[in-house]
Design a binder for this molecule. Structure first.
Ligand code: NAI
Ligand SMILES: O=C(O)[C@H](O)CS(=O)(=O)O
Length: 478
């Protein structure tokens, strides 16, 4: 092993912990090893819950104002290390540096938002039907929370869970994706610097996700599982959580329809689909996955879309000209290529954008698939890549029917200038998030989450606090 590069232990009970083995973290744009990280197992998983449980007894008894102050200090520490954090995201995940900087700001906005929400965890009194009784309702933290997070937003998917958990008075054990553990450890370092007490935040890095998460799922001291990732894994976690009736929040896969109504501003629609489709190389759960354009405006839309596609640059995220970085791994490349081949075999026409310079890396050029039909894999399965299938529709009812014809229900988009169409679509689309002329709706102030098999619960907004709180009814007989 090259001793010159980064070597990091886990962060448990305020200390750096090694487990004997290490696993490598590689740059998806160059295949270079950027660091080695401790490969935790069941012992470290247990240690983390022990630490979080001990810390919960004190952290949960702090006032909301004390917890808010700690979160504000964490926010400040992250703000001061934004560039370092952003560069780590680009190194281990590949996204363009400008997007990585944006992710740190987005991640930090949850810490700022929930530092404020901590002070607004209101209870209530309810008029009793008996004159000799008084009814109180209090909200209390659920306890130790286990967070299992993905590689596509290695910072934001952690703070979107940890910030409300800490604000509510919970403590956390985190298992980041093995592809992007270094960002998670840097966030923990910022929390340590900010003075968040030992045991409140714990990070267990591992190449054996199931071994670590099974310890947490079986431990009755862990009261909640919060997960972002594939629907397949989300279902497995939900099933295992049932054994100890843990609370569960799931942000799972999407299959976002992007509908362009007959009256839409075509240039605005093209700009919107470029932002939604190609952000993070298409590796977001809310990316436009299926583009439905009214048949009467298909040609001008495709022409404008093709021009915009050709302006994209594929390359290393550290190069200022890069719009699309690498995908996360070989399996992602194979999955995306498979969907493209399937579409072409079923009659789609591929309009390919610029290739990456010939060099290493999990690069794939962006592509529009014109003439897409709903039987194609790219129209039925989450792509997680820079592929834009375009299909036409004749009327709004058809567009809604086809958009809803999926087990997924995370995000949907509609571009129109008509108020009537805006309300028709937004009220009839079966999705937790509907962007009306807005391709980038995600923000800390708003509830983010899916319907159907795209998940359970909401992250962000005041709703994000409820996921980490128990509602206690206190009845007093006078
Ligand atoms: N909704 C979203 O934001 C995301 C959706 N995905 C979808 O999932 C597909 C596969 O991507 P992956 O990164 O492989 O997602 P994944 O669901 O396999 O991984 C997400 C997290 O779950 C962990 N994990 C995996 N298997 C586990 C198990 N059996 N028990 C406990 N934890 C486990 C991983 O280590 C990672 O931390 C993507 O192509 C995409 O379609 C992936 C990442 C984020
Ligand atoms: O998991 C994801 O892909 C993110 O939640 C998407 S967003 O929050 O950055 O829009």
């Amino acid at each position: 092993m090259d001793g010159a590069i980064l070597q990091k232990g886990m962060y448990i009970n305020g200390e750096e912990v090694y487990a004997g083995d290490l696993f490598a973290v590689e740059n998806p744009a160059t295949f270079e090893k950027i660091g080695y990280v401790a490969d935790g197992g069941t012992r470290e998983a247990q240690m983390a819950v022990d630490a979080a449980h001990e810390a919960f007894l004190v952290w949960s008894k702090k006032t909301a104002y004390e917890r808010a102050a700690h979160l504000e200090n964490w926010f400040q520490a992250i703000s001061e290390r934004t560039e370092e954090l952003a560069r780590m995201i680009t190194l281990e995940q590949g996204k363009p540096l400008i997007e990585a900087r944006g992710e740190i700001a987005y991640a930090n906005s949850f810490i700022k938002w929930f530092a404020e929400e901590a002070k607004r965890v209101y209870g209530e009194t309810i008029p009793a039907s008996s004159s000799s009784k008084r009814i109180l309702v209090q909200k209390q933290p659920v306890g130790v929370v286990a967070a299992i997070t993905p590689w596509n937003f290695p910072a934001a998917m952690i703070t979107r869970k940890v910030a409300p958990a800490l604000a509510a008075g919970c403590t956390v054990v985190i298992k980041p994706a093995p592809a992007t553990p270094l960002t998670a450890l840097l966030l923990a370092e910022c929390a340590h610097e900010a003075g968040i007490p030992e045991g409140v935040i714990n990070v267990v890095t591992t190449n054996d996700a199931a071994a670590v998460s099974d310890v947490w799922l079986e431990d009755s001291r862990v009261k909640k599982i919060t997960f972002t990732g594939s629907t397949k894994v989300g279902k497995q976690l939900m099933e295992k959580a049932a054994k100890t009736v843990k609370k569960v929040s799931l942000e799972l896969g999407g299959l976002a329809p992007f509908i362009i109504a007959e009256d839409a501003d075509i240039n605005a629609a093209v700009k919107g689909v470029m932002q939604s489709k190609f952000r993070n190389a298409g590796q977001t759960c809310v990316c436009a996955n299926r583009i439905y354009v009214h048949e009467n405006i298909k040609e001008p839309f495709i022409d404008a879309f093709k021009t915009a596609l050709n302006s994209l640059r594929v390359g290393n995220g550290f190069e200022q000209s890069t719009d699309i970085g690498p995908l996360i791994n070989e399996a992602a490349i194979e999955k995306v290529k498979g969907q493209i081949d399937d579409a072409i075999s079923k009659g789609a026409k591929a309009i390919r954008g610029p290739k990456a310079d010939e060099r290493k890396g999990f690069f794939i050029e962006p592509v529009i698939l014109s003439g897409a039909t709903d039987d194609m894999a790219c129209m039925r399965e989450e792509t997680f890549g820079p592929v834009a299938p375009v299909s036409t529709f004749s009327d709004d009812a058809e567009a809604v029917r086809r958009a809803n014809n999926t087990p997924y229900g995370l995000a949907a988009y509609v571009f129109t200038k008509s108020l009537q169409k805006a309300f028709y679509y937004s009220e009839n689309l079966e999705y937790g998030i509907v962007g009306v002329n807005d391709p980038l709706p995600a923000t800390a102030q708003a509830p983010f989450g899916g319907m159907k098999e795209s998940g359970l619960g909401r992250e962000g907004s005041r709703h994000g606090m409820d996921e980490f709180l128990e509602v206690k009814y206190i009845s007093i007989q006078l």
